[in-house]
Ligand binder design. Structure first.
Ligand SMILES: Cc1ncc(COP(=O)(O)O)c(C=O)c1O
Length: 397
């Protein structure tokens, strides 16, 4: 096989899964049904493409590579469009109900029936870009003030897009985890509402709604695939995307659900570390990874409940694989579609290709010529300057 990526050694652990029912209980079928009913009613909703990269599959010696391309999602550039905006709407629904002392419907909140109430409910969150974009977009749609906390390394282009959606963007000197802490603190001081994609002790509802929103993407995949994939490679930041997708797959495919491989940057491997320790574990981010969306040091408590039961393998990848994989999708093998993918989108594909170039790793992951591998291309071009640098090979690693 021709080598497609620079040589890299990937850290890998296989773990004994904890038994339990979290994929049905932490996120129920009802949670996913409600999110699907609401989000598919939004103006501009369209399923995103699920590409079969058949030439690439041939090249790396698997039966299928299925790539769900989230670039076009609601014009926001990533799957995160599904989570933050939906969770924002749910917070507004709960708050308006409480303030008025009566149940209000989510559709009425969406349609502006309570716009005066919504104008007085400030929603806040930390982000490394995509979640904040979704929240800012949602707040503009639903008429609420929005404050977004970003860390020192979030690109100015990503900050500007959130400002353009009307959010006040607060940049801090520290890292992502520090921005989460500040958002939490200032919300407490000011009676604002945190709409976070990550959960911690006692903070459950918005991150659950965020993951339920991601379920729309999984439902589209399941509708398109009568036969379950054998593997799914899921890149992790705090783990919410992985947990949301896994719960949807388990609920749909049951015992045929794919083997779950979690992929993280080696610079931000909190899920890998958690798997190694057998408990949710925080790691210190010493240097920012190019995979900005995955630069998280603290796992989501709620997501970890699902991951510890459903994920069997954890991998870390070096940053050096990212730019070549982005270019591989932009300039594909003849016959495969051209895909514009962002840095965090390609982590799963990078790991898959690297694993196929390492026979021992392939063996331990159970990858072979019959494997049908599902990948989530979680973002398109969310920072066009960085994307162009990658295409022009101007990104130094
Ligand atoms: C493009 C992209 N992919 C994947 C992820 C990972 O999602 P999570 O933090 O829920 O694990 C993120 C998170 O921001 C992201 O922006």
């Amino acid at each position: 096989m021709r080598t497609m990526l620079p040589t890299a050694s990937l850290a890998h652990i296989s773990v004994q899964r904890v038994s339990g029912n979290a994929a049905h209980q932490v996120l129920s079928k009802d949670d996913f049904d409600a999110a699907e009913k609401e989000i598919t009613a939004w103006e501009g909703y369209e399923p995103t493409p699920l590409f079969s990269l058949s030439k690439l599959a041939q090249q790396i010696g698997v039966y299928k590579v299925l790539y769900k391309h989230e670039g076009p999602r609601f014009g926001l550039g990533s799957f995160k469009a599904l989570g933050g905006a939906y969770a924002a709407l749910r917070v507004l629904q709960r708050q308006v109900s409480q303030r008025r002392g009566q149940g209000v419907s989510i559709a009425d909140v969406r349609n502006g029936i309570y716009s005066d109430d919504c104008a007085n409910i400030t929603l806040v969150s930390a982000t490394d870009g995509n979640h904040g974009r979704s929240l800012a977009w949602g707040c503009r749609r639903f008429g609420s003030p929005c404050r977004i906390y970003i860390h020192a390394e979030v690109s100015e282009a990503r900050a500007k897009i959130m400002r353009d959606y009307g959010a006040e963007v607060i940049r801090i000197a520290g890292n992502y985890d520090a921005s989460v802490a500040l958002a939490k603190y200032e919300a407490q001081q000011n009676d604002w509402f945190v709409v976070s994609d990550t959960s911690w002790e006692g903070y459950i509802d918005p991150p659950r709604d965020v993951m339920a929103g991601y379920g729309v993407m999984t439902r589209e995949i399941c509708n398109a695939l009568p036969v379950a994939p054998s593997h799914v490679f899921l890149q992790g930041g705090v783990g919410g995307m992985a947990a949301g997708v896994i719960a949807g797959l388990v609920q749909h495919y049951g015992a045929d659900s794919p083997r779950v491989v979690i992929v993280e940057p080696e610079l931000a491997a909190c899920l890998f570390e958690s798997a190694q320790q057998g408990t949710a574990t925080t790691v210190e981010i010493k240097k920012e990874t190019i995979m900005a969306g995955l630069s998280c040091g603290e796992p989501s408590a709620l997501a970890w409940e699902i991951l510890k039961q459903e994920a069997s393998d954890y991998l870390t990848i070096p940053d050096s694989l990212v730019a070549p994989t982005v270019r591989l999708l932009a300039r594909p093998l003849i016959g495969d579609p051209e895909i514009q993918a962002g840095e965090s989108a390609v982590a799963g594909l990078s790991a898959l290709i690297a694993a196929r170039e390492d026979s021992a790793l392939s063996l331990s992951l159970g990858l072979d010529a019959a494997s049908r591998v599902l990948l989530i291309g979680s973002e398109g071009v969310t920072d066009s300057e960085i994307y162009q640098q990658i295409l022009d090979e101007r990104i130094a690693l």
